[in-house]
Design a protein around this ligand. Sequence first.
Ligand code: C2G
Length: 130
Amino acid sequence: MKRVITYGTFDLFHVGHLNIIKRAKQLGDYLIVAVSTDSFNEIKGKKCVIPDDERMAIVESIRYVDKVIPEETWEQKIADIQKYNIDVFVMGDDWEGQFDELKEYCEVVYLPRTNEISTTNIKRKLGLKK
Ligand code: C2G
């Protein structure tokens, strides 16, 4: 049983989020997705449109996702990897190199982002962002 984990905000869920979740699952048999809480997003400097309980419910309903946990701090990743016996840590390549310290604990994989779509662009189209 190869266990995979990935982290994100997943605000205004879109196909870029779906693609990384789908491809993360293809790297193993069991996928945990850690969804950033609203309070952690404040630390990240991200203002979400969709509240964390709804973002978690949406991610939880995706067929590739086996478990959702809250992401509350930058520092929880090592503890998560150990607690859930994670074999593979996955992030989009906009994070390339940012989590290489986790290679001590598990495989670290950066997957290409899906072009042309982002929560920021969606917010702009909705007039929520300049
Ligand atoms: N993503 C993608 N393609 C896009 C947009 C996002 O592959 N067009 C990926 C990102 O690379 C990330 C995941 O989808 O791996 C979630 O993206 P965000 O919700 O923007 O998450 P982020 O704010 O990057 O938070 O501790 C890690 C952070 O929680 C990551």
